[in-house]
Design a protein around this ligand. Structure first.
Ligand code: SAH
Length: 592
């Protein structure tokens, strides 16, 4: 295989086929300036719209042999292998380059997967032999190469012209290129930046001997003086249900330059966060340790000093066991202005979703939020368990307490708490993964071990835990536990599904980097597909670990079902597009 980059601008290209794959080919060609003709007896809407806008020429009919020979580049993407073969033979016979989608034998060239950053492109190819690794590599590169590489490439092109104009000897030219590269690219972190005009000026000047170039890590340079001071919003994302994020929290993220988020906040990221908003995870991710608090503080200060608008997203509320206070202190010290956008804390929301009111007239008139974790670690009596034990009207909300629950129960019982006091532990409350275990303060620790409850989990001790059955509403919903995606706008159907208990991922198409984080946060159980394009749009996402074999394609049209099957979805359920929203929900309930 011999790689080339073709100038397709102004070239006549032919696409035979009218489905989602054809549309994607057409879009790729158009974005590089090709003149596109499409031949298809039943083109999908996207193609018809392009034709109506005069962007492509569309012939609504079958392929007429040997019309392929009139073009310089030909693609066939029909679901009829005979037609594809005919197109291939016609083209090949006249040395016209031809590619048949998903059929390596019928190709005189293959298309690499590509990552585009302006004129800078990375291409990944496997000669059609292992497209699955190609897709994964592309996604990996897509994540690693930020959007700044586009601007960087433009700057590089300008710099080259400037160097050329100086008409220097070859070796002198190379020295200047080295300077540009060494100072603008951090090869370790795979980051690039656009140099200032002054920097470029200095690199173009006569090289001074004996002066070493600047340190290699370039993206860390403080730019505070140039850019003015930024602003940090410490935002509470709520306990997990994406709908519990506040309006202000959402607004701040959508307008931020960078969002710094924790592991507990994954499901609260807005799926429609624009792709240019930089995402910065400081939580534990596969193979990485969470960033130490001091480093997070320093990161926020640095971003603030660079003049950035920073949205610092945390689970629950930033000041409730979230170490938000420490971050605020660091910002005050560094004179970076900030605000706090409170969030719905787990202690209030998680019991509510489990049917437990945290106060109740005459029964529970006091609420205590405690972290058991600290108490056990630091030997001193930070939490007065004895006082809590002697107060029958208190509701105890225990954060970070799974590991220390036995110790807490022991201390409470030793201090005289009624051993029949109801108690519960709720794991991943308010999400599709919510689970809970209930008992009394005496037997709960054993039950929790048996049920293998894992963090994040909250324990609740107090009289009102007994309401968990009579006031249950969340876990009673017919579609509780389902986590289903829909492309925006989800509209009435989205709302109806959510009311029926679905944790809905309302994602724009194409999927954003934030949308990917959300998708990867918890296992998915299904996706609503309105048309074949939507199935195509998910094709590259489906090898994420949260896309298990059980994920169902809920197809709202025959073409989407056909496409989902062709793309290898293990479970495809076709819904009648003419029925009402309620009927669709009923079908989902009975069909899963
Ligand atoms: N700032 C957060 C708490 C952070 S400490 C807030 O206000 O909610 C982390 C602890 O919060 C977890 O160990 C757990 O006890 C609790 N927690 C957070 N989200 C939770 C959830 N969805 N379900 C149960 N507990 C949760």
């Amino acid at each position: 295989m011999y790689p080339v980059m073709l100038h397709v601008e102004g070239q006549r290209t032919l696409v035979v086929g009218g489905g989602g794959v054809a549309l994607r080919k057409v879009e790729g060609l158009l974005s590089d300036g090709a003149v596109v003709t499409v031949v298809a007896p039943e083109p999908i809407r996207g193609l018809v719209e392009l034709a109506a806008a005069g962007t492509i020429e569309l012939s609504v009919r079958g392929y007429r042999s040997p019309e392929a020979i009139d073009y310089s580049l030909v693609f066939a993407a029909t679901d009829d292998r005979e037609v594809n073969r005919l197109v291939f033979n016609d083209a090949k016979g006249e040395n016209v380059w031809v590619n048949v989608a998903d059929d390596p034998e019928l190709c005189t060239f293959h298309l690499p997967a590509r990552v585009r950053r302006g004129t800078f492109q990375l291409a990944v190819a496997s000669a059609g032999e292992a497209p699955f690794v190609v897709r994964r590599l592309r996604r990996f590169l897509e994540r690693r190469f930020g959007l700044e590489w586009a601007e960087w490439m433009e700057a590089a092109a300008r710099f080259r012209v400037a160097v050329r104009d100086m008409a220097l000897p070859r070796a002198e030219q190379e020295k200047r290129y080295d300077k540009f590269f060494a100072n603008t690219v951090d090869t370790e972190a795979i980051r690039a930046r656009v140099p200032s005009p002054e920097e470029e000026e200095s690199w173009l000047g006569a090289p001074k001997t004996g002066v070493t170039s600047r340190p290699h890590v370039v993206h860390d340079q403080p730019r505070a003086q140039d850019d003015g001071v930024g602003f940090v919003s410490l935002i509470g994302g709520g306990p997990g249900d994406p709908g519990l994020l506040t309006l202000r929290g959402r607004q701040r993220m959508l307008r931020a330059d960078v969002v710094v988020y924790d592991r507990l906040a994954l499901t609260c990221l807005p799926c429609d966060l624009p792709a240019h908003v930089e995402l910065h995870s400081v939580g534990k991710e596969a193979g990485h340790h969470p960033m130490p608090q001091e480093e997070i503080n320093a990161l926020l200060v640095r971003l603030g000093r660079e003049g950035k608008r920073v949205a610092r997203l945390k689970g629950g509320d930033p000041y409730v066991f979230g170490r938000g206070g420490e971050e605020a202190e660091a910002l005050v010290e560094a004179r970076v202005p900030f605000e706090v956008v409170p969030g719905v804390t787990a202690g209030v929301a998680v019991p509510a979703y489990a049917g437990i009111p945290v106060t109740q007239r005459r029964e529970a008139v006091r609420v205590t939020m405690v972290t058991a974790h600290e108490t056990i670690k630091s030997k001193g009596p930070q939490v007065r368990w004895d006082m809590l034990a002697s107060d029958p009207a208190v509701t105890i909300l225990g954060y970070m307490g799974v590991a220390s629950l036995s110790e807490v129960a022991h201390q409470l019982l030793a201090a005289g708490m009624d051993p029949t006091t109801p108690a519960t532990v709720i794991e991943r409350g308010t999400t599709s993964a919510q689970r809970s275990v209930r008992g009394t303060i005496s037997d709960l620790p054993d039950r929790v071990k048996e049920a293998e409850i894992h963090p994040p989990a909250l324990f609740v001790i107090g009289r009102t835990v007994r309401y968990a059955d009579s006031l249950a509403w969340f876990s009673e919903r017919p579609l509780f536990g389902e986590r289903i995606g829909i492309f925006s706008p989800g509209g009435e159907l989205g709302e109806a599904l959510e009311l029926a208990g679905v944790e809905l991922i309302d994602s724009p198409n194409p999927i954003t980097p934030a949308g990917r984080v959300v998708m990867g946060a918890l296992p998915l159980t299904g996706w609503i597909l309105k048309n074949a394009d939507e199935a195509d749009a998910l094709d590259e996402e489906r090898d994420m670990p949260t896309w298990g074999r059980e994920v169902i394609a809920w197809c709202m049209s025959p073409e989407s079902a056909q496409r989902a099957r062709a793309l290898g979805w293990p479970r495809v359920n076709e819904l009648d597009p003419s029925v009402s929203v309620e009927e669709v929900v009923a079908a989902v309930i009975s069909g899963r």
